[in-house]
Design a protein around this ligand. Structure first.
Ligand code: SAM
Length: 201
């Protein structure tokens, strides 16, 4: 992925960059704030290594992320364009790191993170999943389901498989539902230092 797409056709010629941008926006933006405790890695696997790219966003350092899809897509595009000559990860803008990736290796490393789960329609209910760690890492796919090779790689990671509900949602909607579920369990109530924890974690 070279970033050679037009911002005027995000849902078509850009290969559903609209949904990627929406997912990034959903992962980080709150009403007038950002989720500083969130990180996200997006794998661009349309081309194999060495041209496969990953963008890693770190909420603690993130700047220039606005809630609208077009400016988010522009941020990602600029990073991808800048990454083309790079052979290692660089910080393209504050909190946004871009570089080459080997997708299976990246997935294996990600799966080692505490509380890692695979978000998939065929999983068990998120609502009743008990997270043992104090953080959660989640893998989900873009608008196109993983192909059989990718499914085999994901199955091989041995992660808990979780469904966010009975309907097939867009990736960005899954992120919203997951954040909401974790907020309900862990986020402090406004005006109180007490976290509102559910009966289960
Ligand atoms: C738009 S969906 C993929 C296409 C979808 N399977 C369909 O039939 O239209 C994108 C991704 O979101 C996640 N997803 C969608 N709905 C889900 C659900 N109810 N529970 C868990 N994950 C879901 C999965 O990771 C899925 O691969």
């Amino acid at each position: 992925m070279s970033g050679a797409f037009t911002l005027n056709d995000l849902a078509g010629g850009a290969g559903r960059m609209d949904e990627v941008a929406r997912s990034v926006s959903t992962a980080f933006t709150l009403s007038n704030d950002l989720r500083r405790d969130t990180e996200m890695t997006v794998l661009f696997v349309a081309e194999p290594p060495p041209r496969a790219r990953q963008i890693r966003l770190v909420g603690e350092r993130l700047r220039h992320l606005n809630p609208d899809e077009r400016s988010t897509a522009a941020l990602l595009k600029n990073a991808l364009v800048r990454s083309i000559p790079a052979t290692r990860e660089t910080e393209a803008s504050p909190g946004l790191f871009v570089g080459p990736t080997d997708p299976p290796t990246a997935l294996q490393e990600f799966a080692q993170l505490p509380g890692c789960v695979w978000i998939t329609e065929s999983g068990g209910p998120l609502r009743s999943h008990r997270f043992e760690a104090d953080s959660v890492a989640a893998i989900l796919s873009d608008p196109y389901d993983p192909d059989p090779t990718e499914v085999a790689e994901l199955e091989g990671l041995g992660l808990p498989k979780l469904s966010v509900g009975p309907r097939s949602l867009r990736s960005s909607q899954c992120i919203d539902v997951l954040h909401n579920e974790l907020d309900l369990r862990w986020a402090p109530m406004p005006g109180s230092d007490d976290p509102l924890r559910g009966d289960h974690r």
